[in-house]
Design a protein around this ligand. Structure first.
Ligand code: NA7
Length: 539
C-alpha cells in the first residue's frame, strides 16, 4: 500500500506524484531522476528483479550487440568509472549484475514493487491524475504515469495448434524460465532465426543431442568478434568518458560504428570488398556503416548483401543448407545480427535446418511437431519468434485518456505520438523510448537517458511553474507522425517484413515504428524545449 499521500498544486490528493511502469534501464533511471526533482515515485515491475529485457531474455547466449563501454549509463561519472566491463559485448549475466549494482548503489529497490503487473491506467480529467490498477486489484493514483515498459517486452508466441498437448517443454527466448533449461542430451527445436535465435543456436547445438532449426526468413549476420575487453582501451575511454559519450551521441544511431561518409558505388569493387572484409574481420555492426548509402540505394545495398551471401556459402559446407541460409531480402532492413559461429553451427552433424516455407509447421503433438508432413521427435521447443515491438507492451495495458479514449483504439491504424513521448488525449502520460522515437534504431541506453532527462526536466519545469498537466497538441502529433513516416519512406527500411514495421504480427498495421536518426531527434527535442515546450500544451 502507498505509505502516504501527497498534495499536488491543484489540491487533489494522490498516492504518489509519479508511477513508473517497468524496472529495466528506463524505469531505474526514471526513478532516480524523479527522486532527484523531489517526486514521490513508485515503480511497478512484473519480474521479481530489475533488468527488464535483460531479466526476461535468459536464453543461452543472450548478449548485447552494442559494445559494453557504450551500452551503459552516463548520468553518473563515478558509476561509469567504477564499473569494469570484462568483454567487448557484455553477456546477459554481466548486464544484469550491472543493473543490480545500479539499483543498490542508488538505493532504488525501496521504491520498486516487484511481481506486480499494471492492468489499467485511467486518466481523470477533473483532477488531472491517473488511477492505476494493479494485478492484485489494488488501485493507486498519481499525477504522472510513465511507461518504461520496454520496446521488446511483449513476446510473440505464434498460435501453433496442439501446443498444449506437448509432453516436453515449450519456451520463448523472451520469457526464458528463471531457473534455466537443461538442454543437455535433449532433442531441441528452435523456431525463428532472428537475433535471439542466432545467439542461442550455437550454444544450444553444443549442449543438445540434436537441434532442428525452423527458418522462415534467412537473416544477415556478421561475426561479433567478441572477446575480453582490452583493459587499455577501457582505461583510455575512462580517462575522458564524457568526451567519448559526446562523440558517440553525434553518430547517426548514437553509437560509434565507424561510419564512413562514402557511397558503396563510388569505390571500385575490389576496394569495396576490402572494406567489407576488414569490417567482417573486426566484427560488429560497424559492417553496416561501411558506406553511407546501404539503406537508401538498392544497388549499394546489393554490394553488402552479395558480400554476406558469399561468406555464408564459404562457411556452410552443405550447398543446399548454404543456399537456405543465404539471406535474400534487403540487407539491413531487418536488424543486422551479430553472431559467434552461427553459420558454422550448421556444419555440425547434430544440427538440421528446415525451411518452413517448404515444410510449414502444421501442429505440435505430444512427442514433437509435424512440419511438411514430417514428424520431428522433440523434448524442447524454443520459440525464438520475437516480439510485438514498441506498441505491444502498451497495448496489453488498458490505458484510457480524456473522454475514456483507449490508447489501443486511438492507435488502431498505427501509433500516433509527438516525439514518441506523448500522445494527444493522454495528458501526463509519458512513454520512455516510445514508438516514433529513435529507440530500437539507436543505442538504447543513451536514448533512454535522453528521454528520461526530457521527462524529468519537463516535470520539474511544471512544478516550478505550478502547472498540473501537459499534453501533446494534436497538430504537433500529426506533423510528427508524418515526419517519422516520411523519413522511413526515403530509405529501404519499408522493403521487408520487419518488426520495425509491425509486419511480424498478424493484423498489426504496417507502419514504421521508429524515428531514424538520433542527433536530429535530440535536436528537435532541444528546440521544442527552447521554444517553451513547443507542441505541448500545459494547464
Ligand atoms: P526477431 O528478430 O523478430 O526474430 C524472430 C524470428 O522468428 C524471425 O526469424 C521470424 O521470421 C521468426 N518467426 C516469427 N514468427 C514465426 C512463425 N510463425 N513461424 C516461423 N518463424 C517465425 O526476434 P528476436 O527475438 O530474434 O530479436 C528481436 C530483437 O531483440 C533484435 O532485433 C535485437 O534488437 C534484440 P521472419 O523474419 O518474421 O520471417
Amino acid at each position: 500500500m502507498p505509505s502516504a499521500s501527497t498534495t499536488p498544486s491543484n489540491g487533489e490528493a494522490t498516492d504518489y506524484d509519479a508511477i513508473v511502469v517497468g524496472a529495466g534501464f528506463a524505469g531505474l533511471y526514471m526513478l532516480h531522476r524523479l527522486r532527484g526533482v523531489g517526486l514521490r515515485t513508485q515503480v511497478y515491475e512484473a519480474g521479481d528483479g530489475v533488468g527488464g529485457t535483460w531479466y526476461w531474455n535468459g536464453y543461452p547466449g543472450a548478449r548485447c550487440d552494442i559494445e559494453s563501454l557504450e551500452y551503459s549509463y552516463q548520468f553518473d561519472e563515478a558509476l561509469q568509472q567504477e564499473w569494469v566491463w570484462t568483454e567487448r559485448y557484455a553477456a546477459r549475466p554481466e548486464i544484469l549484475a550491472y543493473l543490480n549494482h545500479v539499483a543498490d548503489r542508488f538505493d532504488l529497490r525501496r521504491d520498486i514493487q516487484f511481481e506486480t503487473r499494471i492492468l489499467s491506467a485511467v486518466f481523470d480529467e477533473q483532477s488531472a491524475t491517473w488511477t492505476v490498477t494493479l494485478d492484485d486489484g489494488q488501485r493507486v493514483t498519481a499525477r504522472f504515469c510513465i511507461m518504461a515498459t520496454g520496446c521488446l517486452s511483449s513476446s510473440n508466441l505464434p498460435a501453433v495448434p496442439g501446443m498444449e498437448t506437448f509432453d516436453g517443454l515449450v519456451c520463448h527466448t523472451g520469457r526464458w524460465p528463471g531457473a534455466g533449461v537443461d538442454l543437455a542430451g535433449k532433442r531441441v527445436a528452435v523456431i525463428g532465426t532472428g537475433s535471439s535465435a542466432i545467439q542461442a543456436i550455437p550454444e544450444i547445438a553444443r549442449d543438445a543431442a540434436h537441434l532442428t532449426v525452423f527458418q522462415r526468413t534467412a537473416t544477415y549476420s556478421v561475426p561479433a568478434a567478441n572477446g575480453p575487453l582490452d583493459p587499455d582501451l577501457q582505461r583510455r575511454v575512462k580517462a575522458d568518458y564524457p568526451a567519448f559519450r559526446l562523440r558517440n551521441s553525434q553518430m547517426p544511431i548514437g553509437a560509434n560504428f565507424n561510419h564512413r561518409d562514402v557511397s558503396a558505388l563510388a569505390a571500385p569493387p575490389e576496394e569495396r570488398d576490402a572494406e567489407y572484409e576488414a569490417r567482417w574481420r573486426q566484427g560488429g555492426t560497424s559492417f553496416a556503416a561501411a558506406f553511407n548509402d546501404l539503406l537508401v540505394s538498392e544497388a549499394a545495398n546489393r554490394t553488402a548483401a552479395d558480400f554476406v551471401r558469399a561468406k555464408v556459402r564459404s562457411i556452410v559446407k552443405d550447398p543446399e543448407t548454404a543456399e537456405l541460409l543465404a539471406p535474400r531480402q534487403t540487407f539491413g532492413c531487418k536488424r543486422l545480427c551479430l553472431d559467434t559461429g552461427y553459420y558454422a553451427t550448421f556444419n555440425r552433424p547434430n544440427v538440421r535446418l528446415v525451411d518452413v516455407n517448404r515444410a510449414p509447421i502444421e501442429t505440435i503433438v505430444p512427442g514433437g511437431l509435424i512440419a511438411g508432413g514430417e514428424t520431428h521427435a522433440l523434448d524442447v521447443i524454443v520459440f525464438a519468434t520475437g516480439f510485438d515491438a514498441l506498441t505491444g507492451a502498451l497495448d496489453r495495458i488498458d490505458i484510457r485518456g480524456k473522454g475514456g479514449l483507449r490508447l489501443k483504439d486511438k492507435w488502431a491504424e498505427g501509433p500516433r505520438t509527438y516525439l514518441g513521448l506523448q500522445s494527444a488525449g493522454f495528458p501526463n502520460l509519458f512513454t520512455v523510448t516510445g514508438p516514433q522515437s529513435p529507440s530500437v534504431l539507436t543505442n538504447m541506453v543513451p536514448s533512454i537517458e535522453q528521454h528520461v532527462n526530457f521527462i524529468a526536466d519537463c516535470i520539474s519545469h511544471m512544478r516550478d511553474q505550478e502547472l498540473t498537466s501537459i499534453e501533446a497538441e494534436a497538430t504537433a502529433e500529426d506533423a510528427w507522425v508524418e515526419h517519422v513516416g516520411a523519413i522511413a519512406a526515403s530509405t529501404l527500411y519499408p522493403t521487408c517484413n520487419s518488426w520495425y514495421l509491425g509486419a511480424n504480427i498478424p493484423g498489426k498495421p504496417r507502419v514504421f515504428l521508429a524515428h531514424l536518426g538520433f542527433p536530429t531527434y535530440v535536436e528537435r527535442c532541444r528546440e521544442a524545449v527552447a521554444k517553451g515546450y513547443e507542441g505541448f500544451k500545459f494547464r
